[in-house]
Design a protein around this ligand. Structure first.
Ligand code: NAD
Length: 478
């Protein structure tokens, strides 16, 4: 049994209350280890450590801070195989996916912000009789809270800019997938990161997340997770006027026109529908297809979906691995039942899978459902699993209404060779990110986030560095 620890003031420690929570291997449905089940006492220790580390860390030169981040990036890269193994063990995603996406991206996050901070400059505004310039100072102790779906990828996406900007951090990984956050703590020790600069506390949302976001010494909260928890955090942050960045749920449309590059669209729609078992916030779970190609799409998309092997994350030919946890697996299956009650027809999938030798793991076949109206619960609520609905449409106006007809607004994909239409739709779709003829094509310099119930604020590039700093204008009269 693997026992992981908290990382407080540069040391790996247990929860002060001695309690632990179980860590599950979703591929087998078994417990493989434990993490501290911390509470407000551990949060308090971490915040004290972060406060003590702040004056020295924030006073380091940009080059010195940058060097620490680049060193962490190098160490993540050098441990690619073991980190990818741990990510897939903990989360259930295929090993190849952890190797080509999750872990390289975590290294890129540290490298990117290690470099970005050296290029981050603030504005000056000249008047006829004075000069204004803007200082951008770090905030102090900040909280970073992340979900289970892209564990190290999203954890590092918050921590790296916060540290680069000169803040000290108390971070909380998801209690469902904390293993690679623990590995990051080991890497920070190896990199010689000064004690208290980054602190990582394990445990449940109500026992660790809530005291952390409520703490008066926490100046900003960067959160990625569900809309319900985001709403709670927004209320807490409002009370104390904390800065808040919320990346929350989605119900993203994938809009396919008859004039698209069809083979390219099919290849990408498999990914955008089911990558990481559909547990990526950017997955397109509502697919709208222009009527002239609707039947052809079904004829092609269903067999391609059925040919993708659902299996153990460590098998080389596995395309889709296990669902992250039993509660989430039950939730997805219950949504498939709901879709049937709402009148949907399951065209493929719709059931659990029990791969030979791993019968107790939590696997679900990629599922395609048709015949549901846009406003039913299946088409409105986030399922966050390998389940898509397909719906035909006739006009651009109609599909725009469908696309915008949910409470969410994270991302959208549009498939068309008509550049005018692509521009029109991109302008009018309610989303923080629109991909045209592609999906999950990321440039880390771009603003990342959602609108409506999907988010407040933007991550990425200088947006993240702006979030983690406070601007102060200085006006000097000549
Ligand atoms: P979640 O909201 O249940 O948990 C996210 C994190 O918040 C966890 O670390 C959890 O312990 C913590 N938490 C729970 N209650 C808390 C509280 N009261 N105060 C402070 N922290 C608390 O989300 P999840 O199930 O881990 O993740 C899935 C969700 O994340 C989906 O809705 C998905 O769309 C969303 N997500 C969004 C993005 C994005 O960029 N918009 C990216 C990935 C995932």
């Amino acid at each position: 049994m693997l026992e992981i620890s908290n990382y407080i003031n540069g040391e790996l420690v247990s929860a002060q209350n001695g309690e632990t929570l179980p860590l599950y291997n979703p591929a087998e449905g078994t417990v493989y280890g434990s993490a501290p089940s911390s509470d407000n006492k551990d949060v308090e220790s971490a915040i004290i450590a972060a406060q003590q580390a702040y004056p020295t860390w924030s006073a380091l030169s940009i080059d010195e801070r940058s060097r620490y981040l680049i060193k962490i990036a190098d160490l993540i890269e050098s441990k690619l195989d073991s980190l990818a193994h741990d990510e897939s063990l903990d989360n259930g995603k295929p090993l190849w996916l952890s190797k080509v996406v999750d872990i390289p991206r975590a290294a890129s996050n540290f490298r990117f912000f290690g470099n970005a901070i050296t290029q981050f400059a603030s504005e000056s505004h000249e008047m006829t009789d004075a000069i204004n310039y803007t200082l951008r100072h770090p905030l102090g102790v900040v909280a970073c809270i992340s979900p289970w779906n892209l564990p190290l990828y999203l954890f590092s996406w918050k921590i790296a800019p916060a540290l680069a900007a000169g803040n000290t951090v108390v971070a909380k990984p998801s209690e469902v997938t904390p293993l690679t956050a623990f590995r990051l703590a080991e890497i920070c020790i190896e990199a010689g990161l000064p004690p208290g600069v980054l602190n990582i506390i394990n445990g449940y949302g109500d026992k660790v997340g809530a005291p952390l976001t409520n703490h008066s010494k926490v100046k900003a909260i960067s959160f990625t997770g569900s809309t319900n928890v985001g709403r709670e955090i927004a209320q807490v942050a409002a009370r104390d006027f904390k800065k808040v960045s919320l990346e929350m749920g989605g119900k993203n449309p994938n809009i396919i026109f008859a004039d698209c590059n069809y083979p390219e669209m099919i290849r990408n729609t498999i990914r955008s529908s089911f990558a990481s078992q559909g547990q990526i916030c950017l997955c397109g779970s509502r697919i709208y297809i222009e009527r002239p190609i609707y039947e052809q799409f079904k004829k092609d998309f269903i067999p391609v979906t059925e040919n993708q092997k659902v299996g153990h994350p460590f098998d080389a030919d596995t395309k889709f691995g296990a669902i992250v946890s039993k509660p989430h697996y039950d939730k997805i299956l219950s949504y498939i039942e709901l879709a049937k009650e709402e009148g949907g027809t399951v065209l493929t999938g719709g059931h659990a899978v029990h791969p030979s030798g791993h019968e107790n793991g939590w696997y679900i076949a990629p599922t395609i459902i048709e015949g549901l109206p846009p406003n039913c619960r299946t088409n409105q609520e986030e399922i966050f699993g390998p389940v898509v609905t397909i719906t035909p449409f006739d006009t651009e106006e109609e599909v725009l209404q469908y696309a915008n007809g949910t409470a969410y607004g994270l991302s959208a994909s549009v498939w068309t060779e008509n550049i005018s239409r692509a521009q029109r739709l991109s302008k009018h779709i309610d989303a923080g990110i629109v991909w045209v003829n592609t999906w999950l094509h990321r440039d880390l310099r771009t603003p990342f986030g959602g609108v409506k119930n999907s988010g407040i604020g933007r991550e990425g590039g200088f947006e993240a560095l702006k979030f983690f700093t406070e601007p102060k204008n200085v006006c000097i009269k000549f």
